[in-house]
Design a protein around this ligand. Structure first.
Ligand SMILES: NC(=O)c1ccc[n+]([C@@H]2O[C@H](COP(=O)([O-])OP(=O)(O)OC[C@H]3O[C@@H](n4cnc5c(N)ncnc54)[C@H](O)[C@@H]3O)[C@@H](O)[C@H]2O)c1
Length: 254
């Protein structure tokens, strides 16, 4: 926020956030707006998108819809400077549990969705003096987790894609980074808890699994995304920032 007469960090910049109707995406969109950005909140269901966000209903698996939506955002809001590719879906099971249709469904949202949005936004990002892309990966990209084969493969691809995009576009003045959140207290995890036999015990188990003793909050991740997206982070590109309460970095003695 503006202090002592300085301009807000994202003043005059347009940010696009996918999956912005809920959880990490919503917290990120609101934080970007609070720091001065004009924010397009893209989601397949925009019912929960509050002011001052500009809601755009779009499914990231629909190539023509993505192209149309990105063009409309740039025309309505005056360009695109920041793209946060955050829309994602989960999947449970080992390689033996998920059929090919499930693989394609998850990869289509979590990986190809990022490619579609990024390709459509590139012409506008190239014209920006503060261009940044931030992808939402996961701790699953860094640490093997049981019964998450499809999801983990998709997030490993997000991490690798982030580095490849960073290399492709660095000389065009576009920075590309990702965040790798641990288990975050969002509607997604609330849905998982609700389906557990004993939701309270499961919530306590998940919190105890974290070195910090608590789940990651959506706002913890939003702060990291906004840092990576900021024009003040001009030398940060091709990196993954873990926001996982320490889970990927170390183990406590048991
Ligand atoms: N919650 C966690 O524990 C956790 C941990 C690591 C990574 N992540 C990642 O963070 C991101 C956000 O997760 P969240 O926990 O905030 O989930 P969430 O379910 O609360 O929000 C996800 C949003 O994405 C939207 N979305 C899903 N598919 C879409 C599509 N095809 N097109 C457009 N919008 C679509 C949903 O409508 C929803 O509003 C995801 O990429 C997820 O993989 C979450």
């Amino acid at each position: 926020m503006s202090e002592g007469g300085t301009r807000p960090e994202f003043d005059g910049l347009v940010a696009v956030v996918t999956g912005a109707a809920s959880g990490i995406g919503l917290a990120t969109a609101l934080e970007l707006a609070a720091r001065g950005a004009t924010v397009a909140a893209v989601d397949r269901d925009t019912a929960g998108v509050p002011e001052p966000l500009h809601a755009y209903e779009c499914d990231v698996t629909d190539s023509a819809g993505v192209a149309r939506t990105v063009e409309r955002i740039a025309a309505d809001l005056g360009g695109i400077d920041v793209l946060v590719n955050n829309a994602g879906i989960g999947a449970q099971g080992t390689v033996a549990d998920n059929d090919a249709d499930e693989w394609l469904r998850v990869l289509d949202v979590n990986v190809v969705g990022i490619a579609r949005m990024s390709a459509a936004a590139l012409p506008y990002l190239r014209r920006s003096g503060a261009a940044a892309v931030v992808n939402t990966a996961s701790i699953a990209a860094l640490v093997g987790l049981p019964r998450r084969a499809v999801y983990t493969a998709s997030k490993g691809a997000v991490l690798a894609l982030t580095r490849a995009m960073a290399a492709d576009h660095v000389r065009e003045g576009i920075r590309v980074n990702c965040v790798s959140p641990g288990t975050a207290n969002t509607p997604w995890v609330q849905r998982l808890l609700a389906s557990a036999e004993d939701p309270e015990a499961e919530a306590a188990r998940l919190a105890a699994r974290q070195p910090t003793g608590r789940l990651v909050e959506a706002d913890d991740v939003a702060q990291a995304i906004v840092y990576l997206a900021s024009p003040r982070s001009g030398s940060v590109t091709g990196t993954s920032l873990s926001v996982d309460g320490g889970m990927a970095g170390f183990q406590l003695p048991s």
